[in-house]
Design a protein around this ligand. Sequence first.
Ligand code: URA
Length: 245
Amino acid sequence: MALERLDKLLAAQGMESRREVKEKIRRGLVLVNGAAARSPDLKIDPDRDQVTVEGTPVLLKKNLYLMLNKPQGVVSATEDPHQPTVVDLVPQELRRKGLFPAGRLDKDTEGFVLITDDGAFAHRILAPKNHVPKTYLARLDRAIDPSVAVEFQKGVRLTGEDQCSPAQLTILEPGDNPLVEVVIHEGMYHQIKRMFQRFGYQVVALKRIRMGGLFLDESLPLGACRELTPAELVQITQGEDKPSP
Ligand code: URA
């Protein structure tokens, strides 16, 4: 990546103004690769150089893409006066202005949430016309009739005007509380729960395990998040109708 001015890059993270950044550099509080930055117009490589401000590492990438393993009890919002949000779970060293969840999971749903500050990318993977598949595991309240898979494949008409596109249902564990996998291509309000309700089933537990071609990292504990690699980012777009970048 091209070299850029230190003060401009730091101010672009949104946490501080350029004037505040310059003042911190002047006071020797900004280190580049372990050494105090000499001047605000120092040119650095945001992808390679390690920068700390008052001892805290700063991420200088243009955009940030995080995989969160969302626990139950957390809302998919940026802020909420009464309840913890998915953005509250982002650790301090990964925090930056403008982070939001790209797509919502219900408060009682677990699993893969992408948190980013890249609105265009979020739009791309969420727009129904791009058909990026989202894969869920659902536990149901009673034995499932295999004919439901045929109905899902036809595209379920939900209450109101909501018409789902074809979805794939696979029975993983039959029995009185079956475990099923469902792949959908849009993200309507309570979509999976409503699809099952339409045929008289209740979803008792729901977890998102995959977005596009990228699986939830099962080594990520509930409530933890980590940055995606560039290759993983491309994997998310796999399965969409448009070609990958
Ligand atoms: N469908 C639902 O019903 N809930 C979710 O959280 C996600 C998909």
